[in-house]
Design a protein around this ligand. Structure first.
Ligand SMILES: [Zn+2]
Length: 467
């Protein structure tokens, strides 16, 4: 969506908000976007297709065919990148042995992760993920060729290219480049990733899950090269019944942290990607379908699904064949590499922006019922130089108005009535990097939070009431 960064005059006319500066322009993000290479991504997918099948149940010992060879190749790519950046990446291969509806015999589901440790806040983690496993028509068929060029060679190539570009830079937060397995058998690799993140004590701020991101011509014949969809849940998968009660009454059904990530990425596309736009879809995934982000959401980690604008179902989960003049199968000819590079740019820019900004504010609360003004409170963090208050009409898709807020964790929006707007607050670094906006209360918080730490002012007993 082309959303509104209104000039001061228009803004003053439109609302009671004070003049709003344009967001800070970060040359680094233009530079990173320019470094993404469609040619290298072509080479990556050609290599992945070359393993014949990457089915989760396929051969793991062959040096040339099957998911084992493919995973080892990815690990070797990450190791080479790490060499080129002075050891900046750690390669990990967490796995779980799984038996399930689509996994009849115990099978090791292994992810390949490259971890780029953050310089100042290493437990805060930004993840990009894609799945390396592939399939044909019969989900249990692990021997036929399953090129999986787009599903999800494209997402895997986005992860690998993001690592190549971002590993040449340093960021305050940790970046994780995640190549997952077992997606087609039941999102097992997403589960392995979520378990690993919990074991490591990561505060996962975002998982950008890229699945089917390289085709620009839909089954409807529409060719759209300048748009990508971002699916995000509106309310948290881990919301409790008590939280749902509160949210139903006061709002928050379209303001989960995952939804704020989608808004954040939409804004970045408008500023940094020229003729490439984000369509936000207010759903966790496509209708009746799922992806590895679901497992992260179940673990309480904000996550979105990135998917091409128009899918072509003759190339998904199909035996390679020609039938009634239609060529079926997920072949490399179905990938538009210029398009995939643009989707990858969006991910790279988003990861760099998230990892450079302070963590999203915590303990955000609003008050102001039966008064003309609204008060916003949050817990100040030493990482943030300042904060920005945002608000929008309750039916607006994007944050619309904003104003600088003091670093005190407390701000009053005079003559802005709490009933008529949705509010949020973002954290801003000294050099202008801004976090996603946080909606107040449990509906919008990035984590299940303990009550705010008592400050001396807050802890002081109330003054005696004169009767
Ligand atoms: Zn997929």
């Amino acid at each position: 969506m082309r959303h509104l960064f209104l000039c001061a005059a228009a803004l003053a006319a439109a609302t009671t908000a004070s003049a709003q500066p344009m967001p800070v322009e970060h040359p680094l993000l233009h530079e990173l976007a320019a470094q993404v290479s469609a040619e290298r991504q072509h080479a990556t997918i050609a290599r992945l297709v070359g393993f014949g099948t990457r089915h989760t149940l396929s051969d793991t010992r062959s040096p040339t065919r099957g998911i084992g060879a493919a995973r080892r190749w990815v690990a070797a790519e990450f190791a080479q990148m790490s060499k080129d950046c002075g050891g900046c990446l750690t390669v990990q291969t967490p796995s779980e042995t799984v038996t399930g509806r689509r996994i009849p015999n115990p099978t090791e589901v292994m992810d390949v992760l490259a971890i780029q440790r953050g310089t100042t806040d290493p437990d805060r983690v930004i993840v990009i993920s894609g799945h390396i496993d592939s399939r044909v028509t019969d989900v249990q068929n692990f021997t036929s060729d399953a090129p999986g060029a787009n599903d999800d060679g494209s997402g895997t190539a986005a992860v690998i290219e993001a690592a190549r570009v971002l590993s040449k830079h340093k960021f305050p937060a940790t970046l994780v480049f995640a190549v997952l397995s077992g997606e087609e058998q039941g999102l097992y690799g997403g589960h392995v990733l979520a378990d690993y993140a919990k074991q490591q004590g990561w505060r996962v701020e975002a998982d950008l899950n890229n699945d089917i991101v390289g085709n620009s011509e839909g089954i409807n014949g529409v060719r759209e090269t300048n748009r990508v969809r971002i699916f995000s849940e509106g309310t948290k998968t881990v919301e409790t019944p008590a939280e749902a009660d509160k949210r139903r009454y006061n709002g928050g059904e379209v303001d989960s942290p995952s939804r704020q990530l989608a808004r954040f990425m939409d804004g970045l596309a408008d500023r940094y990607l020229g003729n490439f736009d984000v369509t936000m879809v207010y759903r966790t995934d496509r209708f009746g379908r799922g992806g590895d982000q679901n497992e992260m959401l179940k673990a309480g980690f904000p996550a979105v699904r990135v998917t091409e604008a128009n899918e072509n179902y003759t190339r998904q989960h199909q035996d390679l064949r020609t039938q009634d003049g239609i060529r079926y199968g997920d072949v490399i000819e179905g990938v538009d590499f210029a398009y995939l590079a643009n989707v990858t740019r969006l991910n790279v820019v988003a990861m760099a922006a998230l990892a450079s900004a302070p963590a999203p504010p915590t303990h955000v609360e609003i008050s102001g019922a039966v008064s003309a003004d609204t008060t916003v409170k949050w817990t100040p963090s030493p990482d943030a130089a300042g904060y920005r208050l945002w608000w929008r009409g309750t039916t607006d898709p994007q944050w619309r108005y904003s104003r600088e807020a003091p670093p005190t964790g407390h701000a009053l929006l005079k003559d802005i009535n709490i009933d008529d707007w949705f509010f949020g607050v973002s954290a801003v670094s000294a050099d202008g990097w801004e976090s996603p906006v946080v909606f107040p209360g449990a509906a919008g918080s990035w984590a299940h939070e303990d009550p705010p730490p008592a400050t001396s002012a807050r802890a002081a007993p109330p003054p005696p009431v004169k009767r």
